[in-house]
Design a binder for this molecule. Structure first.
Ligand code: GLU
Length: 450
């Protein structure tokens, strides 16, 4: 049995019940075969893949909080510290009712590869809670965040683990957590959390980084395809921070986002989400915590399709899922194919396409850009925030944007080169996994069995 198969069987035996985690482990290890085959004996001897698939540490804790009526509630909180071979743990906090340990292990595992691709010294982690921010008052949100950090503070620090936001956790929530963290530790250690507001150490450009970075990556890919953003139409899912940033940059470069989706359905705006008024309405919708994309259609008078996904229903040149995992499923992939719409899938959310759908796209000659590469600018900007905090100075928005441009161009070049080196030319998914794994495994080998 090959070493990869051996490890897959071991992980399956231990963690088989963790669906999302198994999905990412399978996807990644399958694509690492050419690299592992070159070091089969050494890697087996060092149990390197077993260690790669085992988080270094996991904290689980109770998060009690009191609502506006005085009723107490209990949520569950976690921090998964997956791998610190190349730097302190880094990754967001997700507050969403679908959060569980499997989801966070999958996200932390992906994060370790993504962070490595940025070329910056950050390991991988992720955390969050099954708390649902939807419909909560401002005070309830603050009390929840304060309770969450009252336990999380023990596990984080600028040189240990630096969480940021993710779904359901933005600048406001990070602010509430940072305030309480500062009181508990009694020091202004602002590198312990990123995605902060600018007055207390947040980086300029952090709010737009993930969306802009996804577009910078697309621009690099387009250079090879002889295309430009100008004149291209995009269909997005989600309407949160990432979709907002991407829409803004696409509009600036002369492209057009024609669809967005939410848990309630999707909107189709053939005129494009191109004016500042329309783009910034996404922020208004997010801040309302209603979680309804229909509000956009009501406001701007365009089509709304209740309970449906846009995939294969909206005609656009590029599909960009920006919402959450497993959004494009095999039935969506079939519909896209039957309708003959877009042949380019730029994954922006983490693992937004099921493995079955990815396999279908690859077999049918689609271009699929993997999320670990495409959305890496968010965490890259977070690392730049840590750097600025450590140096006690701040860079201009232009400096940050310029550095992000370089990071994204390098990622595109490195993953395409890695794909070529390991005989998978044109396969950006394998290229991303291989480029990151080469470096992480090398660092792990160098540090001995630990
Ligand atoms: N949650 C974001 C991600 O998935 C950002 C993480 C960070 O900035 O640490 O990459």
């Amino acid at each position: 049995m090959s070493y990869v198969d051996e490890v897959l069987a071991k992980v399956e035996a231990k963690d088989g019940a963790e669906k999302e985690f198994m999905q990412t482990v399978r996807e990644v290890l399958e694509s690492l075969r050419p690299l592992v085959e070159m070091h089969e004996e050494e890697y087996r001897h060092l149990a390197i893949l077993e260690r790669l698939c085992e988080p270094e540490k996991i904290a689980q804790f109770r998060v009690p909080w009191v609502d506006d009526q005085g009723q107490a509630h209990v949520n569950r909180g976690w921090r998964v510290q997956f791998n610190s071979a190349i730097g302190p743990y880094k990754g967001g906090l997700r507050f969403h009712p679908t959060v569980n340990l499997s989801v966070l292990k999958f996200l932390a595992f992906e994060q370790m590869f993504k962070n490595c691709l940025t070329g910056l010294p950050i390991g991988g982690g992720k955390g969050g809670s099954d708390f649902n921010p939807k419909g909560k008052s401002e005070d309830e949100l603050m009390r929840f965040c304060q309770s969450f950090i009252t336990e999380l503070y023990r596990y984080i620090g600028p040189d240990l683990d630096s969480p940021a936001g993710d779904l359901g956790c933005g600048t406001k929530e990070i602010g509430y957590m940072f305030g309480t963290y500062k009181r508990i530790v009694g020091e202004f250690k602002n590198g312990a959390l990123t995605g902060k507001a600018v007055p207390y150490g947040g980086s300029l450009g952090r709010d737009t980084a993930t969306g802009y970075g996804a577009v910078y990556f697309t621009e690099e890919l387009f250079k090879d395809l002889g295309k430009t953003i100008a004149g291209t139409t995009f269909c997005l899912s989600g309407f949160g921070n990432v979709a907002w940033g991407a829409s803004r940059k696409i509009a600036e470069l002369g492209g057009k986002v024609v669809a967005l989706s939410g848990p309630d359905g999707y909107i189709y705006d053939p005129e494009g989400i191109t004016t500042p008024e329309k783009i910034d309405y996404l922020v208004t919708m997010r801040d309302s915590r209603r979680d309804k994309v229909q509000d956009y259609a009501d406001k701007f008078g365009c089509e709304f399709h209740a309970g449906e996904k846009p995939w294969g229903r909206v005609n656009a040149d590029v599909y960009m899922p920006c919402a959450t995992q497993n959004d494009i499923r095999i039935e969506d992939a079939h519909r896209i194919h039957e309708e003959g719409h877009s042949k380019i899938i730029i994954e922006v959310a983490n693992m937004p396409t099921t493995q079955e759908a990815v396999d279908f796209f690859v077999e049918n000659g689609y271009i699929v850009a993997p999320s670990k590469a495409v959305n890496a600018a968010g965490v890259a900007c977070s690392e730049m925030e840590m750097s600025q905090n450590a140096m006690k100075l701040s860079w201009t928005a232009e400096e940050v944007d310029e550095k992000l441009h370089v990071v994204m161009a390098n990622i595109y070049r490195n993953i395409t080169a890695a794909a070529k080196k390991y005989g998978k030319e044109g396969d950006m998914i394998a290229g991303a996994n291989l480029a990151a794994a080469e470096k992480i495994l090398d660092a792990m080998v160098g540090q001995g069995v630990c």
